[in-house]
Each structure stands twice: as C-alpha cells, then as structure tokens.
Write a protein that binds this ligand. Structure first.
Ligand code: PGA
Length: 248
C-alpha cells in the first residue's frame, strides 16, 4: 500500500506575511494520519522548514536544476533545497513544462539529482485538453511517465502526480471514472516497469482539488492523495483536505 500524501503547491505566491498560514496549518494537522507537504516559493523554504520543526508538516521545492552547483544563474540545486530544509521537490509541473520548455528528459535528470540529494521527487504528468479531446490521454501519460521517471531509481523516493493541464486552476475536474482510468493505468505501467515496488509509489491527483470535492476523489481507486494549488494557500482549506485524506 502506498503512503497517503496531501501536497500543497504555492507556485509563485507568498511572501513573509503568508507564513501566518503555516502556523495555523501546523496547529490544525496535529492528528493527521497522512503525510502533509507544502511547497512554497524557494524564498520561504528555510523559514517554513523552521516553523514546521516538530510538527507533521514537511516542506518542499517546486523545481531543481539537474547539476549540483555551477554557472547556472537563477537556478537552485537539489542539494541547496535539502540544505534549506526541504524533503521533497515537485518536478515537471505542467507550468514548468509550458513556461520553461522542460522535456521528459530534463525532468528525469532533475529527478535523478533530487533523489541523489536525498529528496523525494514529486513527478507531474498530465494531458492537455486537446490531447484529452483527441482521446490520447493514456498514451500521453504513459510516455511522460516512461520518460520522466529515471532508470534505476529508488522507488521510495518517487511520488507521481497526475494533473490534467485543463483542470489546473480552472475549477474543472475530470469525472471520477476518468481519474480512476488514468490512475489504474499509471499503476499498471509502473508495475510493468518496476515490479511489485510500484505498488508503494503514492499516486496523487491534482487539478482543482478543494475541500468540497476531496472526499469523492480520495475514494477513487489508486488515488493516494492530492497535489493542491489554490486551495493550499489558506490553512483552513488545506487542513480540510488533509483531514479528508486522513479519514479516507
Ligand atoms: P490547482 O493547481 O489546485 O490550483 O488547480 C494544482 C496544481 O497545479 O498543482
């Protein structure tokens, strides 16, 4: 059985004032039975990690460079994230793939570096609306998975997030049948490639998850948690999702 994980992605949101939400969140998730992760902008990682000490909350980055150090202005290495207090890093989010042209190959290199640095790689995949309309969702997800999860990897350091691009930040979600179809397909793909160990990889759903739809999504086969954008910015919303996952 895979671990259950509620992960929040703050994206490019949050300055010092937003840390008030972290204090409220750590207080609210004291009895959570699932793992809880927040990935703030890099500027807040170290302070958030300090605030999370002794609580249930883990802190992660939103991307990393495949190299450990060097002449890469503006980039951050996996070791730097770990040094700042991160335990996880989101990789290959569709916004990184779209805004920065990140390919599956680049994501696999980042994931390799992240795992090497001791981080857990939260690797994102998902189809565009045009791909769903063209009925190629399963092919797209399979090929992103095959290309983005590195060979010879320590599976205990891998989490997969299925995020249909058209469901991110739109308030629209796939049907529960569509989520089940993709998650079952991902599990089978990973099992074919990695064997039994694949059953322990948490498979998250992401895209317009909120407290009001979390319970039905968490009841779907092979959904082990969520990657949450907008609804992770407010402690009240995110802690509602955490308690729903704890009860699932
Ligand atoms: P959303 O974002 O929850 O705001 O749709 C999800 C994500 O991009 O991870």
């Amino acid at each position: 059985m895979a671990r259950k994980l509620a992960a929040g992605n703050w994206k490019m949101n949050g300055t010092t004032a937003a840390l008030a939400e972290v204090a409220a969140l750590t207080a609210a998730i004291g009895d959570a039975t699932c793992e809880v992760l927040l990935c703030p902008p890099a500027t807040l990682i170290s302070r958030m990690a300090d605030m999370a000490q002794g609580s249930h909350l883990m802190v992660g980055g939103q991307t990393c460079h495949p190299n450990g150090s060097g002449a890469h202005t503006g980039d951050i290495s996996a070791a730097m994230l770990a040094d700042a207090g991160a335990t996880h890093v989101i990789l290959g989010h569709s916004e990184r793939r779209a805004d920065h042209g990140e390919t599956d190959e680049a994501v696999a290199a980042q994931a390799g570096a992240a795992i090497e640095a001791g981080l857990i790689a939260v690797i994102c995949v998902g189809e565009t609306e045009a791909e769903r309309d063209a009925d190629v969702t399963l092919n797209v997800v399979s090929s992103q998975l095959a290309g983005s999860v590195p060979e010879g990897t320590d599976l205990s350091h891998v989490v997969i997030a299925y995020e249909p691009v058209w469901a991110i930040g739109t308030g629209r979600t796939p049907t529960l049948e569509q989520i089940a179809e993709v998650h079952d397909h991902m599990r089978a793909d990973l099992a074919e490639r990695f064997g039994n160990g694949a059953h322990d990889i948490p498979l998250l759903y992401g895209g317009s998850v909120k407290p009001s739809n979390a319970a039905e999504i968490f009841a779907v086969s092979n959904v082990d948690g969520a990657l949450v954008g907008g609804a992770s910015l407010k402690a009240a919303d995110f802690s509602g999702i955490v308690s729903t996952l704890s009860a699932a």
